[in-house]
Design a protein around this ligand. Structure first.
Ligand code: NAD
Ligand code: UDP
Length: 335
């Protein structure tokens, strides 16, 4: 099977690349490196013994996207490419709508032109907006609190419409909860630009001494210890979910959707304490006011993925904290 990974040089794409290569799937990574490094390709080769084919493409560029499809024969596409920083999307909404929607529409046109009928899409739990946990796939979506979330919501609608119109198309929407951790080799991991927005890269950068202390955004939520609760999922488990989704997309047509989470919620303080205990490092923190737009509690009901895809998360919070630190401590400046 020949599979295109758009945005495959990024955090989740690179881990999925490793999982697919190890499963014997032939992959092509296409990325514009707007949020990733060419060094990822060397690291994937070090881990798997196989260097994936790479093509530099901006998926908003129709001619470049068509040229990619013209020169390759793909059986399926996993579409990771997109901008993902929530705060940045509030400051630069047009850039986010343009990049995320345009790249998806351009990709879909090329898939239609070159008769590629299978797509797995990186959606997000953020499409649920402010709904009570546990979130199931039939929990209503919408009411997103930022432009990034709306791009995911809109792309889901576009993909549903595309499936309604083309009975041969097979699309799997994967709604990720909070991915973290890294490949156990410590050779690939999350490499945020500038000061991280997300909790785990922030904790890791405090632990490694790049940042002074963690700012915990609020301890007055209606949660067991007052800090926000999320469903953290190891990126290698998430990668396996893409392989399972790809196989599922081969067997059927239409648009289906799956939560990829563990079903367990952990608080910010749980994360800090577990990270410190597992890795034997201090994570100094202060309590700050709540971050606008944050919800108290978000976690998945992951039963559908288990029943239909045969997928469950295998790695626990200790594994996530250990692997995040292994990556960060071996690559203090990233790639
Ligand atoms: P990432 O930024 O590490 O990877 C995305 C990749 O897409 C990057 O390598 C970037 O260079 C590339 N890219 C962006 N726009 C492009 C374009 N127009 N053409 C070609 N390449 C382009 O992010 P990630 O964490 O690996 O996320 C992958 C996908 O999963 C994204 O769509 C993201 O929105 C989604 N997602 C991520 C999370 C998370 O917390 N990491 C949660 C839910 C959903
Ligand atoms: N958080 C925090 N300090 C930080 C980053 C995040 O206290 O520097 C909290 C945030 O308020 C939320 C949780 O950690 O309760 C997860 O936030 P993250 O940005 O990683 O993911 P989100 O669920 O918001 O997408």
């Amino acid at each position: 099977m020949n599979v295109l990974l758009t945005g495959g040089a990024g955090y989740i794409g690179s881990h999925t690349a490793v999982t697919l290569i190890n499963a014997g799937i032939n992959i092509v990574i296409a990325d514009n490196f707007s949020n990733s490094s060419p060094k990822v390709l060397d690291r994937i080769a070090e881990i798997t013994g196989k260097r994936p084919e790479f093509v530099e493409v901006d998926f908003c560029d129709k001619a470049a996207t068509d040229a990619l499809f013209e020169s390759h024969s793909f059986d399926g596409v996993i579409h990771f490419a997109g901008l993902k920083a929530v705060g940045e999307s509030c400051r630069q909404p047009i850039r986010y709508y343009r990049n995320n929607l345009d790249s998806t529409l351009t990709l879909l046109e090329a898939m239609a032109k070159y008769n590629v009928k299978r797509l797995v899409f990186s959606s997000s739990a953020t499409v649920y907006g402010d709904q009570p946990a546990p979130l199931t796939e039939s929990t209503p979506t919408g009411n997103c609190s930022n432009p990034y979330g709306w791009t995911k919501y809109m792309i889901e609608q576009i993909l549903k419409g595309a499936c309604d119109a083309d009975p041969e198309l097979s699309v799997v929407l994967l709604r990720y909860f909070n991915p973290l951790g890294a490949h156990e080799s410590g050779k690939i991991g999350e490499n945020p630009n500038g000061i991280p927005n997300n909790l785990m890269p922030y904790i890791s950068q405090v632990a490694v001494g790049k940042l002074e202390k963690l700012h915990i955004f609020g301890n007055d939520y209606d949660t067991p210890d007052g800090t926000g609760v999320r469903d953290y999922i190891h990126v290698v488990d998430l990668a396996q979910g893409h392989l399972d989704a790809l196989h599922y997309a081969e067997k059927r047509t239409g648009c289906d959707v799956f939560n990829l989470g563990t079903g367990k919620g952990y608080s910010v303080l749980d994360m800090v304490k577990t990270f410190s205990r597992v890795n034997g490092v201090e994570v100094p923190y202060v309590i700050d006011p709540r971050r606008p737009g944050d919800l108290a509690t978000v976690y998945a009901d992951p039963k559908k993925a288990e029943t239909v895809l045969g997928w469950t998360a295998k790695r626990n919070l200790e594994d996530m904290c250990r692997d995040s630190w292994n990556w960060q401590s071996h690559n203090p400046q990233g790639y």
